[in-house]
Each structure stands twice: as C-alpha cells, then as structure tokens.
Design a protein around this ligand. Sequence first.
Ligand code: F6P
Length: 356
Amino acid sequence: MKFGFLTSGGDCAGLNAVMRAIALYLDRNVKNAEFLGIPDGYGGLVRGEGVPMKASDFAGLLNVGGTVLGTRRMPFKMMTSEEEDGETRLDKLCANYKKLGLDCLFTLGGAGTHRTAALLCAEGCNVIGLPKTIDNDIYGTDVTFGFHTAVDVAAEALDRVRTTSESHGRTMLVEIMGNKAGWLTLYAGIAGGADAILIPEIPFSIDRLCESLEADRRAGKRCSIVAVAEGAVLAEEAPYRRKDRAFARAERGETTVTAHLAEVIGERTGTETRATVLGYVQRGGNPSAYDRVLCTRLGSYAGMLARQGRFGVTVAVSRGEITFNALADIAGKYKLVDPDSEIVRAAEGIGVCFGR
Ligand code: F6P
C-alpha cells in the first residue's frame, strides 16, 4: 500500500513527530508499505509532486520542530474555484491522488486543512486527518498537537517579562497568537501568572481592566502582566464583524488591540506600560515532552486506522483517550473557549481579570 503525507497551514512543533509515528507503525504492521512525502502542503499535490521516503527517513524526527515536507497556506475557498485551465484545485488534487497511486493520504493540519480533507473524501480519496495547531481550535478534539509546546514557550516569555516588569515597576502587555481562539493566551496566561487575560471569547472593558490593575497596585503589587490574545476584542468592538473591526483598526494604523491598549493603560493608570508581541517564536522550535508523547499516540493510532481501512476521519483526543471523528462532522467548525468554563472561573476565582 502507498501512503502519502502532507503538512498544511502554519507550522508548529510536532508535525515531524506525528509523521514519524505513522511511518514507524505502518512499516511494522503493513506488508510492503510505501511512503510518499508531498512537499508544501496541498500545493505539492496540486502540482502532482511526491518524494518517495522510507520509514528510516522519519525515524530521527521525534524531537525536530517544523516540518521536513514544508508547508503552505492554501485557503479553503480557493479549492473549488475554477482556474484558467477550467479545472479547480480540488479536481487537480483528486487527479494527482490517483496519478501518484496513493491508497491513503495523511493530512496534518488545522481547521482549514480539515475542510479540504473532507472535500477530498467526498470525492472518493482515502484521507486521514491529524489535528495540528498552536491555536487548539479544532472541533471535536480536547487538544491539538503543537499547542502545549506553544503554551510552554509563551509561559516562559511571561516569566521573563515579569522580571523586567518587577525591576521597572512597569505594566507589561504580552500579545499571544491563537487566531480567533483564546486557548493559547488562557493557558499561557494562567501558567505565567498573568494578572489579566484578554481573549476573543470574552470581549473586555478597558475601564474594568484599568480598575483591576490599579487595585493591584494599591494592594502593593509592583508589577502587572497582561496576556493579550491577538484576537482580543474591546466590548465596544464586539458587535461588529471581524472584517469591519480589522478595517477600523487599520485606519488607526493598528493591527491588533495591544498597541492601543498600551497607550490607554499608560495614560489612565499613570504606570509605565510596554507591549511585547511574541509572534512566531511560539510556533518554532522542538516539541515539548508532552507533545512528543501526544504526537506518538496520535500518529500510531492514525497508522492503525489506515491499516484497518478506516478513512474519511481525523484523529482526536477525548477525555484523555485517542479516538477519531468523521471529517464531514467536524469540517468548518471551531472549538472556542467557553467564557463560563471551569478553567476561566478558576482563574477569575483567584483574581485574574478578564476585563468583564
Ligand atoms: O494558526 C496558527 C497561527 O500561528 C495563528 O495563531 C496566527 O494567527 C496565524 O497562524 C499566523 O499566520 P501566518 O503564519 O500566515 O502569519
């Protein structure tokens, strides 16, 4: 049987570790298993490219960050629109799946990757998805690989910023990735002992935030750390669509809410305030021990599904157990933080301000 691999969307720690586990499982459990690495995500398959690989090519990749196959973003919307030659990218993906002689394609990616994978399945290709993203926003799985490594990086950054905050008595804003979801900021914020955590799921009031920071100072705190999700929204922005919010911000010369916040907090509280944008350091680097274990479990399970001929699914974690969901059931859905969840309440219970 011939198994193809592609990694699509933003990179994160653990992509290589998952492919390693799949390849090692199949090499041991399927006779004459062949592997094909497809470069640069769906782009490579659109072009019909594939590089033959051996299980030994994957063997040393457990702790190697990024992806040896390369990755690209290819928005889902582009898949079904006709190109100049009259064919859609989806047509090309399916034709090349057959041309390359694949019996199964493993697609490692986030929500967008899963949507395209579901389309491929509907066209008769055998696909198994693997849930990758530092955003942890894939529907139907408790956790995605790459998330906990990014949490570790962001939490360490908060620790480092704290010492400067303490030395200077400053308020420090740390902008954390996560797209439309607040998971990464919530976890890193709690792990890094942030005084305030601002996430897209809980639109915040600047008044509340400043009151809380001022109260902390009156109580004797010398430093303040605010973890700000890149997608955080002010309560007054919340009624508007994401696009319109982005447009209004762009007109003010801002991309995220962080820069604006730093200025306002500084003025209102009279405390020196600085902002740090963590950016891609959160995605890069080698997987943490947690992710190495998770990737090994997810990859080994995906290999087992392929051996059993269960396609059209994506591997998932539910209550600590590895399981799977039908791609058709999860495609196009997102998992966001519930503002009333235990974890948010726990943080609020010890005084963390969410700006509400
Ligand atoms: O989806 C992962 C992610 O890192 C998001 O948190 C972030 O918004 C986005 O990717 C950045 O994308 P790009 O790599 O295209 O700049």
